[in-house]
Design a protein. Structure first.
Lengths: 252, 273
């Protein structure tokens, strides 16, 4: 497990519609410890998705550094797994082959990567769906596949870009509970982007509040685990933390 | 639960096979109706066989050509040319289409050429093809190749462009290199359009084949039609036309449609109209 560091990270790009240079991320510094779960919240346009895309290597950064264990990263790579809002499953691959894709890219033989994929599918309660195609699954099930596909590749950091934004509210709560459970079992390092404050607080060890391309504040979340919604909706500490973060986001 | 499940499975399978039988009947019925009208009209208006043959005359022309083996020689020659030309067309068009889909520079440079040549694709090349390859096999295969190539390349380009960019990002962040991106994402992602291109292209090729065979050879279905004309053998001409149409339906139903079913429909990437 490695430490991820953002050092004075910035992104400026030319917006052809505005006809001007726009700065999406001004100056962001952040250290993420191995096994930490960080939620990044902020209003639309605060630069949270831009930051995630830079860490993932999908877009280049304009200034500063992104360091994984002290080494700068450029371009996408398997040590940084990504879970997409749109799921981004391969429609032409079965669920099993989607989850086994990362190991396949590493040259893991077929029998071994099927074993790995089955193990991770079991973790998400999806063993029965192994041989189905993504279009045969509900949105919630597709995103479970998206999460374990990224995990099965054993990344140093798991980057999640509003992964539960496009599923219904009930399913979202179930997925959040499952994610905290899986995180407790496997302890991956997670950076979770969301605009949903209760979701951010529910999942994370630490919530980072962004505003206009800068880090506004950070809030440690020391709620006990395992976390389940039935308990936390009535929990005073959870309510206070959520209210505090929400205030920051609204003022941002 | 188990029992109801399997009963349900069996009855839905039954419904499906009844449906597909009904579908086949619906497909054949209009063709049979056309033959019935034909059979009624010829004696009714006392049509001269030099203008249009009777059903019976066409039937005996069919039997003759089957008995003396000429039908199989013509069909075999035609299918070989179409098959080879199409294969060469696909093998060259798909890589080019993918290169165009991946590189905007390549696409920008080649697009005007594609616009220009796609209107010329196929039979306009027959005269110069016969100069290059002589009368016969090479010239006809070239015309087929030409008809298939532009349609398949253009559809492959469209297919690559319609692949959501997040799928490429997903593959890259799971460790896919350039080659894996090509074989695991771009090719399967473009496949629905490639299959559409092959269907359209084969349709062009089939028409181009008949035209080319009328001019540039001494065997094949097009030649069979053309020679029959010299002897006023309308029953042979009409029989040849029926063979051309039926062969196309068979190629489409037995080859292309199952290919679509087995791949892209299963993946939920297209819904068949």
């Amino acid at each position: 497990m490695k430490t991820l560091s953002l050092r004075n990270l910035g992104k400026t790009y030319f917006d052809p519609y505005a006809g001007a240079h726009v700065t999406a991320v001004h100056d962001v510094s952040l250290d993420v410890e191995p096994g930490e779960f960080i939620s990044v919240v902020g209003p639309s346009g605060c630069g949270k998705t831009t930051i995630l895309n830079m860490i993932a290597g999908f877009i280049p950064y304009s200034k500063g550094d992104i360091l994984l264990d002290g080494k700068p990263v450029h371009g996408p790579g398997p040590e940084r797994g990504v879970v997409f809002q749109s799921f981004a499953l391969f429609p032409w691959k079965t669920v099993l082959d989607n989850v086994g894709f990362g190991p396949k890219m590493r040259g893991v033989p077929k029998a071994e990567r099927d074993r790995i994929a089955h193990e991770y599918l079991a973790l998400a309660g999806l063993s029965h769906a192994a041989h189905r195609y993504p279009n045969e699954l509900s949105g919630g099930m597709q995103q479970r596949v998206g999460v374990v596909r990224a995990l099965a590749n054993n990344p140093d950091v798991l980057l999640m870009d509003e992964p539960f934004a496009s599923v219904d509210a009930q399913t979202r709560m179930t997925l959040q509970e499952e994610l905290t459970r899986i995180w407790q079992e496997r302890k991956p390092t997670v950076i979770f982007i969301t605009h949903d404050v209760p979701e951010a607080v529910f999942l994370a060890n630490r919530v980072v509040v962004l505003s206009k391309g800068r880090v506004l504040d950070q809030v440690a979340i020391d709620l006990p685990r395992p976390r389940v919604w039935d308990d936390l909706v009535r929990d005073d500490q959870f309510k206070q933390l959520s209210a505090r973060v929400l205030q920051m986001v609204r003022a941002a | 639960m188990q029992v109801t499940g399997s009963l349900k499975g069996r009855s839905s399978r039954l419904i499906r096979s009844v449906n597909s039988l009904a579908g086949a009947a619906m497909f054949v019925a209009p063709l049979l109706a056309l033959v019935a009208v034909w059979a009624a009209v010829i004696p009714l208006f006392n049509v001269n066989p030099r203008v249009f043959p009777s059903v019976g005359a066409v039937g005996s022309a069919a039997l003759d050509s089957i008995r003396d083996g000429t039908l199989f020689a013509h069909v075999g020659a035609s299918l070989l040319r179409v098959g080879l030309g199409t294969l060469i067309g696909i093998a060259t068009a798909v890589p080019l289409g993918i290169a165009m889909g991946v590189s905007p520079t390549v696409a920008a440079f080649l697009t005007p050429l594609f616009r220009f040549f796609s209107v010329l694709a196929g039979i306009a090349w027959i005269p110069i093809a016969t100069l290059w390859f002589g009368y016969g096999f090479g010239a006809i295969v070239f015309v087929i190749f030409n008809a298939v190539f532009f349609v398949v390349a253009y559809n492959t380009l469209l297919g690559v462009r319609t692949i959501p960019h997040t799928l490429r990002n997903a593959a890259a962040s799971l460790g896919a290199g350039r080659w894996a991106l090509l074989t695991e994402v771009l090719l399967p992602g473009a496949l629905p359009n490639i299959v559409t291109g092959i269907r359209t292209g084969l349709g062009f090729a089939w028409r181009g084949l008949i035209a080319a065979e009328m001019i540039a050879t001494n065997v094949g279905l097009g030649y069979m039609l053309f020679v029959a004309r010299d002897f006023y053998r309308t029953e042979v001409i009409v029989f040849g036309m029926i063979v051309i149409g039926v062969l196309w339906l068979l190629i489409d139903r037995l080859l292309l449609v199952p290919l679509e079913r087995a791949t892209i429909e299963r993946w939920g990437m297209v819904r068949r109209a």
